[in-house]
Design a protein around this ligand. Structure first.
Ligand code: MOS
Length: 751
């Protein structure tokens, strides 16, 4: 098959009628009318309900369970405990690769954190299973739980995030700080945060012999399939997973979790389909969370406000039994230029579930500290925070010296500031009041997120009736992947969106990798783009090699695909429809596959990131200390925008996470027991409509010729970076008080 060279110039990206359109979600009507079938909506015949009993202690062992009492309850079919749990082919505590996280699958009686599963009750009804779980009346041998950042001895982790060094130093921070004209040193604390997607983890599992059929939400179908295959000792092809819709993922559905596997085990134990859905409080432990952090920032600047040193140290937490390390200090690697940049991490092991990926892991926690500190050093230098950032943002990636593949940060600063009205901001804090006497403050933060790509595949088909099919095991967490990827598919096949069938969300489709790291659209988009190009190249080959075709002898370079036809580039009067080409060749359809992956040469030569700037206004009641965000403007540049409607919505969502980080979210731990006291949506605060201000997200044009053939950077997580810091800095500007413990509490502002 001959190659079509993919142009990197947006003017030449094929067809271009669908990409860029502000379409609403194609699955939107299904969702708002309740027709969309989420995992827990499935009820196969003879299905039973499983309910987890979870530990009320954070450390120790389960001494006894009253299994007999549970089994006596009407409707209870079985109680799964470590005694009768079906055998697994693989130890759930094995870790043969860094992406394999340890799970609690009733392998023994030990308790490693509160809310860990200690038994599963399976019954004819949800009510019976719930009551059965309550009747287990566990007795424990409890040990003292360790739950604070100072509870155990700190150590330097082997790596942070996905394999980054825990300690990095460019230059001598102590020396640079000693010689700086202006310095700051500040310590910021962020709390543990827990996942609260609207849809909790849920699974409906049915065994048929050694074949397994599953409905469950996942951000990584193929990885989930592989993990389940390993645990049960069956081949991945025997496992069919349907995950058409997710009611939110945010990282907690990236890797299959212990409770989902327990649902499969329960189905195996009873020989009937089983549904297991986590209760909201059961989300606070086994499905990952965001580590608490304590971050010390030291910065130095010259007399005229040029940064000379950034020293960012983060203390983070992990579980007693596994290793995930929130790469918080790495946020200082890529944004601001300084001759000296030093970052380091240390960790403590606590009696908690293993922290994992959550809404911009590392980037979000690091950003709120970094952006707060930048504001503090700007203040120490007597310079406006925007002017300071304009003076100090990096022109090349500081730690590698690589140029950015593209960077439109200056424009984000300019357009965001203009829209917000930043030029009217008084330099000093506590200068503005509204008509009710509330203190008014304006703050800002810089946003950035890496433009990642993982590996994904797609399969394209063109049928003799002129329609097309694009298949990929991609995932839609709710952000609109069904729509954005279908738009790319339509363009890649040179067909109108209404003439293609877009298939995604099941494990029998080509492996689309993981919907995470804000990399899904870029990764799968490129796979789709390549699959479409490949199938059109095959069609072109058929036509050009056939004397009966008007395209005979055109040569690949001379053919262009548009609106379901191939045209000779030099003579557009000579063309032929896809259907006619296939019909003459006697083919019902033609297919090809495509891969999406990063380009290693481009990766070697360029640093790839999306950028943005966020501006926030807060009002603070001077007597009560109550903080309200009243206005936010974000300006973001993230390469080609596949669908401006959906992208704007992603940015706004990220900015809301930022408000949440700065003002709302916090898991409150009872340090006597190690239990989380607010494991519910009433007391674990997240912003609701009344908390979310007037918000605007500006889409800044950016053409990135290197990041990938489509020029796409991710937009899923960048919105939280910069935003949390912008709110914190606005609180300072309103009150003159630097709050360094998040979320900002009223008691810090009433003095
Ligand atoms: Mo995300 S935390 O990359 O799902």
């Amino acid at each position: 098959m001959s190659e079509i060279t993919l142009s990197r110039d947006p003017a030449h990206v094929r067809h271009g009628s669908s990409i860029g359109q502000p379409l609403t979600r194609r699955d939107g009507v299904l969702k708002v009318t309740g027709e969309a079938r989420y995992a827990a909506d499935n009820h196969p015949p003879k299905m039973l309900f499983a309910v987890m009993a979870v530990s009320q202690i954070a450390r120790g062992r389960v001494a006894s369970l009253d299994v007999a009492a549970a089994k006596r309850h009407p409707g209870v079919v079985e109680v799964m405990t470590p005694q009768n749990r079906p055998q697994l082919a693989e130890d759930p505590d094995a870790k043969t690769n860094p992406f394999m996280f340890r799970m609690e699958l009733l392998q023994n009686d030990s308790v490693r954190y509160a809310n860990q599963a200690i038994a599963v009750v399976i019954a004819e009804t949800l009510e019976a299973a719930t009551e059965g779980a309550a009747l287990l009346s566990p007795r424990y041998e409890a040990e003292r739980a360790r739950s604070t950042l100072d509870a155990t001895e700190a150590y330097v982790p082997p790596a942070v995030g996905i394999g980054h060094p825990a300690v990095v130093a460019h230059g001598d921070a102590a020396d640079a700080l000693a010689h700086a004209a202006h310095t700051i040193e500040a310590t910021y604390e962020t709390p543990p945060q827990y996942h609260n997607p609207m849809e909790p983890h849920a699974i409906v599992a049915s065994w048929n012999g050694d074949a397994l059929s599953i409905d469950t939400p996942t951000q990584g179908l193929a990885m989930a399939q592989g993990r389940i295959a390993g645990l049960f000792g069956i081949s991945p092809e025997k496992i069919h997973i349907r995950s058409p819709f997710l009611g939110g993922g945010f990282g907690c559905k990236g890797l299959i979790s212990g409770p989902q596997i327990l649902g499969i085990l329960a189905a195996k134990l009873v020989g009937r389909p089983v549904k297991l859905v986590l209760r909201r409080d059961q989300m606070y432990g086994p499905v990952g969370h965001r580590s608490a952090t304590r971050q010390r920032l030291r910065m130095g600047a010259t007399a005229d406000g040029k940064l000379t040193a950034i020293d960012h140290h983060a203390k983070i937490t992990t579980s007693t039994f596994d290793d995930f390390y929130e790469p918080a200090a790495d946020a200082s690697h890529s944004l601001y230029a300084s001759e000296v940049i030093a970052t380091s991490h240390e960790a403590v092991r606590l009696d908690i579930g293993t922290p994992l990926f959550m809404r911009a892991p590392g980037e979000a926690t690091g950003s709120i500290a970094l952006e707060s500190a930048i504001d503090e050093i700007a203040e120490a230098s007597g310079i406006d925070p925007l002017a300071f950032r304009l003076k100090n943002y990096a022109e090349v990636e500081p730690m590698t010296g690589k140029p950015f593949s593209s960077k439109a940060l200056r424009e984000c600063y300019a357009k965001g500031a203009e829209k917000f009205g930043w030029s009217k901001r008084p330099l000093q804090p506590r200068q503005m009041r509204d008509e009710n006497g509330s203190l008014v403050g304006w703050g800002m933060g810089t946003a950035t997120f890496p433009a990642l790509m993982f590996a994904g595949q797609a399969r394209a088909v063109i049928r003799s009736n002129g329609s097309g099919v694009m298949e990929t095991g991609a995932h839609d967490m709710g952000q609109g992947a069904w729509t954005a990827l279908a738009q790319i598919a339509a363009d890649s096949l040179a067909l109108d969106l209404k003439h293609i069938e877009f298939k995604a969300g099941t494990s029998d489709l080509p492996d689309a990798g993981i919907a995470g790291g804000s990399a899904h659209t870029a990764t799968v988009g490129v796979a789709i783009h390549n699959a479409g190009a490949a199938v059109i190249a095959k069609l072109a080959e058929l036509a050009m090699g056939d004397q009966r075709s008007p395209l005979f002898g055109a040569g690949n370079a001379g053919v262009v695909a548009r609106d379901g036809r191939l045209f000779r580039r030099d003579d557009e009067a000579r063309s032929e429809s896809f259907g006619a080409i296939l019909a003459r060749a006697g083919l019902a359809e033609i297919e090809a596959r495509g891969d999406g992956a990063m380009d290693p040469a481009a990766q070697t030569n360029y640093a790839m990131r999306a950028h943005g700037a966020v501006f926030a206004e807060v009002k603070v009641d001077p007597d009560l200390g109550q903080v309200r965000v009243t206005r936010m403007v974000g300006a973001f540049a993230a390469g080609r925008i596949v669908n401006p409607h959906l992208v704007r919505s992603q940015y706004l969502g990220g900015m809301i996470w930022g408000v949440s980080f700065a003002l709302h979210e916090k898991a409150i731990v009872d340090h006597r027991s190690g239990r989380i006291m607010n494991a519910n949506l009433a007391e674990y605060h997240v912003p609701v409509n009344a908390d979310v201000p007037s918000m605007e997200a500006l889409l800044i044009d950016e053409h990135d010729p290197h990041v990938n053939p489509l020029g796409i950077k991710g937009v899923g997580e960048i919105g939280i970076t910069g935003s949390a810091g912008a709110v914190a800095n606005a609180v300072w500007h309103a009150t003159g008080i630097r709050v360094r413990r998040f979320p900002v509490a009223i008691e810090e502002l009433v003095r």
